[in-house]
Design a protein. Structure first.
Length: 192
């Protein structure tokens, strides 16, 4: 009888043990860190084949024209490229600056016959002529042109920089920095 009593107590104790025990915590999950993948898929820009020269249209007002090509040398597509150019003095300080969008160029033989407003309007087309400045794949390139009207005297060189175009097309802040914006290293070209 005693043996039956001990077995009943063991069964009751086992029932309480399994009914009220806390489950064991799950083992910690393994943290997997990927180190072999690409760092970032974003565009990066390179300025190529830049030229700049002063012309004298028939209006008598001098015009400084900067032309070149910008390439997306990054690992991701670009939603648009903005070009910023500056005319520099002897101390490499900007005398004046101008901005335009890539994909817009005008035949220079037409410049003397166009009004300034039309030139600025055309070069300011956000998506470029034929929407070419919308989706630029890695390796893709676009021509660009920046026109300075009545450039000041004392211009010794000019610089050109490419950057992401803002989606709304508004002007950049005065420091040229927008969070998350990618840009090229400025290219400076002496005139002499």
């Amino acid at each position: 009888m005693m043996l039956v009593f001990v077995l009943v107590l063991l069964v009751i104790a086992a029932a309480f043990f399994f009914a009220y025990r806390k489950p064991a915590p799950d083992p910690p999950a393994k943290v997997l860190t990927r180190t072999d993948g690409p760092v970032a898929n974003h565009p990066a820009y390179e300025i190529r084949d830049v030229t700049g020269h002063l012309t004298h249209p028939s209006t008598g007002q001098g015009v400084f024209v900067v032309r070149g090509t910008v390439a997306n040398v990054g690992k991701g597509p670009s939603g648009g490229i903005r070009i910023q150019a500056a005319l520099l003095g002897a101390d490499n300080q900007a005398i004046t600056q101008g901005e335009t969008f890539a994909g817009n160029t005008i035949d220079e033989s037409l410049l003397p016959h166009m009004y300034r407003v039309r030139i600025e309007e055309f070069l300011g087309l956000r998506y470029g002529e034929g929407n070419v400045n919308r989706d630029i794949p890695p390796g893709g390139s676009l021509p660009f042109m920046v026109v300075f009207f009545a450039p000041p005297s004392g211009v010794e060189s000019f610089s050109v920089k490419a950057m992401d175009a803002e989606k709304d097309g508004n002007a950049l802040p005065s420091d040229g920095h927008v969070e998350g914006m990618h840009s090229s290293v400025p290219v400076t070209i002496p005139l002499n």
